[in-house]
Ligand binder design. Structure first.
Ligand code: G
Ligand code: G
Ligand code: MN
Length: 516
């Protein structure tokens, strides 16, 4: 059943739209928050690393000062300078030991006095810094050694690793930090490693010192953004959810409102509130009833009788116009078939159709059923196509109009002169009648210039061999003029207003009994 399928799809589409409109503010908001969180974490990492570099530079400044003081003493006898070395250790914060070097040999230390050990310059990053996990004196205590060298003279100043670890752990608990010296690094857990240092998953930042050959790496572990967002923006997330709900509710209400006219039309259709009115069309020469145009009215339970201009556009938009016209045709045949003898053979019954009717072939069956209700050939079924909305000829319309023609259905162009149909259009749709729009009829007696337009339309239809119906005939003068121009059929208040079925049938029967 295609109808149910269509309805189901529409329902899910509508549901999806509501969900989407609810999610949109949340997704957008979370996207912005995440971006913001990423940026603020990058900022925090940079600040933390920069602060760490400042602190390490401060420690190394002390080492450098101590080295500057004792470097000139290198080469002198250890016993004579030993005290000067110890003096620096006491004086300079962070400094653990000061050692004198001659020709890359340690020969005097603040700790032991005379001493002998080789210095391997390649161990030192930039020739100046060496990070080591411990030395023979304290094998488990990391050390940072600062080296100065001038010709044969040299100084090594060691700094407690404890101070480094302290800085790495204390500046900012949230940020992961490590200091890298050459190919070795140490983090807050105090282990010196010589594997490549880790790259942090979030906001990995590297800040090198401008004074000494080392760098600090900062960043965060995976998952920190989610935690950061939850910690810092939980109120905002609540607001986003609230906005999402409002947005979804608004869309739902708008949808309800936009589907309200359609629902109301459907209800009217189910309740058979769309009923036919009939406006007679008379012959130009004899003024006898030649047929009638069927006009739809909405017998609304609250609004009363509603004119079609007010609801046809909605009916067309929703596609309900097709079942509504079908209902109109069924009611008309049921009402008029019993009185077929009061209608002369060839009596016209005209229905208005729209572009929507021309999108598929359903109309053929509706017309066949209508004609089957009457004795064969007695009734001329006319379909009026308004010129205001052009139908694009394609395979479907071609099949449709060929089949209608086959059935003997006639086609009239309604409101002719107000649109823009080309001559090929008249040919494509097998047009039999032109209905001249009432605005042109109203020009009769008004001014001489505009009457030429009316004349031209009448002449054109004669040349094209099309019958003409003039609409909106309200005065005797208009009627006379149109007849003098050879217009075949007239319709308008002068002859009859649109009538209820009851009045129309009454007149029809009376006219038949006593033809005028
Ligand atoms: O009926 P009334 O005289 O108010 O007509 C107003 C407009 O509504 C006219 O343009 C007429 O063509 C259109 N109309 C009336 N009945 C129908 C109908 O059954 N179907 C369509 N599509 N238009 C109609
Ligand atoms: O389908 P169409 O657009 O032709 O619809 C005819 C419209 O013209 C309907 O609204 C009908 O009520 C209206 N009508 C019919 N006769 C007259 C008339 O003599 N004068 C005016 N003003 N309107 C008319
Ligand atoms: Mn019409």
């Amino acid at each position: 059943m295609p109808l149910t399928l269509k309805l189901t799809r529409r329902w899910t589409d509508r549901y999806a739209l509501i969900v989407l409109s609810g999610l949109l503010p949340i997704v957008l908001g979370v996207f912005i928050i995440t971006w913001q969180a990423q940026r603020s974490l990058e900022l925090l990492a940079t600040e933390t690393a920069t602060e760490a570099v400042r602190q390490f530079d401060l420690m190394l400044d002390n080492a450098s000062l101590a080295a500057d003081v004792v470097l000139p003493l290198s080469g002198q006898d250890c016993a004579q300078v030993e005290l000067a070395l110890r003096d620096q250790v006491t004086r300079r914060p962070f400094v653990r030991s000061v050692n004198l070097v001659w020709d890359n040999q340690i020969y005097c230390t603040s700790l032991f006095g005379s001493f002998k050990e080789e210095v391997i310059p390649d161990n030192y990053a930039g020739g100046a810094l060496w990070l080591l996990p411990g030395n023979p004196v304290t094998p488990d205590e990391p050390l940072l050694v600062y080296r100065e060298q001038e010709d044969h003279k040299g100084v090594l100043v060691s700094i407690y690793g404890f101070h480094l670890v302290n800085v790495l752990g204390l500046i900012n608990q949230k940020t992961q930090l490590l200091i890298q010296v050459g190919n070795r690094w140490i983090d807050r857990y105090g282990q010196v490693r010589d594997t490549p240092p880790p790259t942090f998953a979030v906001a990995n930042v590297i800040v090198p010192s401008t004074q000494f050959p080392y760098q600090v790496v900062a960043g965060f572990k995976d998952g920190v953004i989610v935690r950061h967002v939850l910690d810092e923006y939980s109120g905002f997330i609540g607001l986003l959810v609230f906005l999402g709900l409002i947005s979804a509710a608004t869309v739902q209400r708008l949808q309800k409102r936009s589907s309200a006219p359609t629902q109301e039309l459907q209800r009217g259709l189910d309740a058979a509130e769309f009923i036919p009115y009939f406006q007679p069309v008379v012959r130009g020469d004899t003024q006898q009833w030649a047929g009638a145009e069927v006009l739809m009215r909405w017998q609304h339970p609250k609004e009363g009788l509603v004119r079609p201009d007010l609801f046809i556009p909605f009916a067309e938009h929703s596609g309900l116009i097709v079942p509504m016209t079908r209902s109109l045709m069924q009611q008309t045949s049921a009402l008029l078939a019993p009185h077929v003898n009061s209608m002369s053979p060839g009596f016209h019954l005209a229905f208005n159709i729209t572009a929507r009717h021309c999108q598929d072939l359903e109309l053929i069956e509706d017309c066949r059923q209508f004609l089957n209700a009457f004795p064969e050939g007695h009734i001329n079924l006319v379909l009026e196509l308004t010129e205001r909305e052009l139908i694009i000829p394609d395979k479907t319309t071609h099949t449709l109009f060929a089949a209608l023609h086959e059935l003997g259905v006639m086609i009239a162009i309604d409101d002719f002169g107000t649109g823009h149909s080309s001559l090929s259009y008249l040919h494509d749709f097998n047009v039999d009648y032109l209905k001249i729009d009432q605005s042109f009829v109203a020009m009769i007696g008004a001014d001489a210039l505009s009457i030429h337009i009316l004349d031209s339309i009448i002449e054109l239809s004669a040349k094209l061999d099309l019958d003409v119906v003039a609409e909106g005939v309200e005065t005797e003068e208009q009627s006379r003029y149109l007849v003098s121009k050879g217009v075949d059929f007239l319709q308008g208040y002068l002859f009859a207003r649109p009538l209820t079925a009851e009045d129309f049938i009454k007149s029809l029967v009376a006219k038949h009994a006593k033809p005028d």
